[in-house]
Design a protein around this ligand. Structure first.
Ligand code: DC
Length: 217
C-alpha cells in the first residue's frame, strides 16, 4: 500500500512523511534524495549545466541505494554531501531532464513494489503512483517556508540572508511548477494541507485521521 506526500520545498513534507511512516509502521521513501544523488554524481563528473546525453551516460553507471536514512552512491555514503547548497541547486536543474525522471520513476516503483510505503516528493501522487491508497499535498506560504529554512540554518550555525532564502524558494517553486515533465501540481484526488499555521503534530493528526477514515489501516 502506497501513501504519497507531495509539495514544494519547506512545506514540511520530509518530517511529516517520516513521522507518519513511523506512526503507521510503513517504510519511508525520500525521492528528493534520489534527485540530489544524481545531481551529485553529475557534479562529481564535472557537469554544471544539464546536458541530456551526458546525463544519460551518468545514469548508466549509477547505483543509488537508500538504507536506514542513509543514501549511497555507488556504495559510498553521500547522506551529508547531497544536502550541500551546490547540490541542492543543481538537483532542481537535473530534475527537469527526461532521462533522469524516467530512470528515477522506474527506480521508485521498484523500491516500493509490494511494500507499505510513504513516498515523498513532487510527483508521487500524479506520476509515479497514480493509484496510491491515499494522497496528500502539503504546502505553505513562501515566507513561512523561507523562515523555516532560515531558522534551520541558524540552528546549524550557518549564516544566511532571509531575503536570499526567500528568493531562492520562489525561484525553485517556479522551476518545479513550470517544468515540462511532471510539474509540481497536486493530484486531483490529493488532500491539500496548508501547514503555514499548523504545528507538525497537527499535520500528522490530520493525515492519520484521513487514512483511518478510508478504513484499511
Ligand atoms: O525535496 P528535495 O528538496 O530534497 O528535492 C530536491 C530536488 O529534487 C528539488 O529541486 C525537487 C526535485 N524533486 C523532483 O523533481 N521530484 C521529486 N519526486 C522529488 C524531488
Amino acid at each position: 500500500m502506497i501513501i504519497t506526500i507531495d509539495g514544494p520545498a519547506g512545506a514540511g513534507k520530509s518530517t511529516a512523511a517520516r513521522l507518519l511512516a513511523k506512526l503507521i509502521d510503513f517504510q519511508f521513501l525520500d525521492t528528493g534524495a534520489m534527485y540530489r544523488t544524481v545531481a551529485l554524481a553529475a557534479l562529481n563528473s564535472g557537469f554544471t549545466s544539464p546536458n541530456e546525453s551526458a546525463l544519460e551516460k551518468i545514469l548508466q553507471n549509477l547505483n543509488i541505494t537508500l538504507e536506514d536514512n542513509k543514501v549511497f552512491l555507488n556504495g559510498a555514503d553521500v547522506t551529508i554531501q547531497i544536502r550541500s547548497q551546490e547540490t541542492t541547486e543543481f538537483a532542481g536543474v537535473i530534475a527537469t531532464s527526461k532521462a533522469v525522471r524516467t530512470k528515477l520513476v522506474e527506480l521508485q516503483r521498484n523500491v516500493a513494489f509490494k511494500k507499505n510505503m510513504v513516498c515523498e516528493g513532487r510527483d508521487q501522487g500524479t506520476t509515479v503512483f497514480p493509484d496510491a491508497y491515499c494522497k496528500f499535498f502539503l504546502t505553505a506560504k513562501p515566507e513561512t517556508r523561507a523562515n523555516r529554512r532560515f531558522i534551520e540554518l541558524q540552528e546549524k550555525g550557518v549564516s544566511a540572508n532571509p531575503k536570499e532564502i526567500l528568493d531562492a524558494i520562489i525561484a525553485r517553486d517556479l522551476r518545479d511548477e513550470t517544468r515540462e515533465i511532471s510539474p509540481l501540481v497536486p493530484a486531483k484526488d490529493a488532500m491539500i494541507i496548508d501547514t503555514s499555521d499548523l504545528e507538525m503534530h497537527k499535520v500528522i493528526d490530520i493525515m492519520h485521521q484521513e487514512i483511518k477514515r478510508r478504513g484499511q489501516i
